[in-house]
Ligand binder design. Structure first.
Ligand SMILES: Nc1ncnc2c1ncn2[C@@H]1O[C@H](COP(=O)(O)OP(=O)(O)OP(=O)(O)O)[C@@H](O)[C@H]1O
Ligand SMILES: [Mg+2]
Length: 234
């Protein structure tokens, strides 16, 4: 599904060039479950932003379903991003004045989906994900773990094939973190391709493919079989 070939993203910082991503190559297949670990500043978020087409590279190739994305115009990149990719961030980014249901509806609202249809799809998804009791609550009335699960529902309401999560449990205690991980893995089991950036070694160890980044490069990759991961306790 995804092929990165020698992808680089350099920043100029006070006259000095920072190689946030340095000749990074990887192939990602549909349905993969990948964790990305590494020290602060090693380029994990930079990689995720590239995978999410939120940023353009300095050099290199990124093919999505065989299509070279680095030469696409912004409108085509946005279309690919909106149709194929969902994002989850550490800080949830829910809208406080909207209910959980309305937050989950939002991507459909922006896509111009008919109001009754989007309400139906958002409620169906929240029910399927076991979140129906939060439908009419506002973010301030929810715990961090509950908010993050609503944010995950919002990320997948458009049925993306790739879900990118940047430290999704970074603000959570271990119990709430586990509920978030369970939901992400449920979505992966249903077929979504999952890439999770994390500082949490236990969470990182659950993924089938565990990438370690150092200085913008892939330092190592370890691979687990699917059976092994699902046996690990949360
Ligand atoms: N917009 C930017 N402008 C300049 N430099 C940047 C920018 N974004 C990232 N960098 C630099 O690129 C490098 C990689 O940053 P990145 O945010 O990808 O690291 P990270 O692995 O996600 O770190 P953390 O674990 O702290 O989130 C760092 O040296 C950072 O200072
Ligand atoms: Mg980061």
């Amino acid at each position: 599904m995804i092929e990165l070939q020698a992808l680089s993203r350099h920043y100029l910082l006070g006259g000095e060039e920072v190689k946030a991503l340095d000749q990074f190559s990887i192939n990602i297949a549909a349905g993969d479950y990948i964790s990305v670990m590494g020290p602060s500043g090693s380029g994990k978020s930079t990689l995720l932003n590239q995978l999410g087409l939120l940023d353009t590279p300095t050099s290199g190739s990124f093919r999505f379903d065989g299509v070279e994305t680095t030469t696409l115009g912004e409108a085509e990149r946005a279309k690919l991003r909106n149709n194929q990719i969902g994002f989850v961030f550490q800080a949830y980014h829910l809208i406080d004045r909207l209910t959980a249901l309305e937050n989950v509806e939002l991507p459909l609202t922006l896509a111009g989906t008919d109001p009754s249809l989007r309400r139906e799809r958002a409620s169906e998804l929240l029910i399927k994900l076991g979140l129906e009791r939060f439908l009419h609550q506002r973010p301030q009335q929810l715990s961090g773990g509950q908010r993050q699960r609503i944010a995950i529902a919002r990320a997948v309401i458009t049925q993306p094939r790739l879900l990118l999560a940047d430290e999704p449990t970074g603000n959570l205690d271990s119990h709430s973190g586990a509920s978030v991980v369970e939901l992400l893995e449920q979505l992966n089991n249903d077929g979504i391709t999952l890439v999770v950036v994390t500082h949490d070694a236990d969470l990182g160890a659950r993924a089938e493919r565990q990438l370690l980044m150092v200085d913008g490069q892939l330092s190592s990759e370890s691979v687990l079989s699917k059976g092994e991961t699902s046996d690990a306790p949360l």
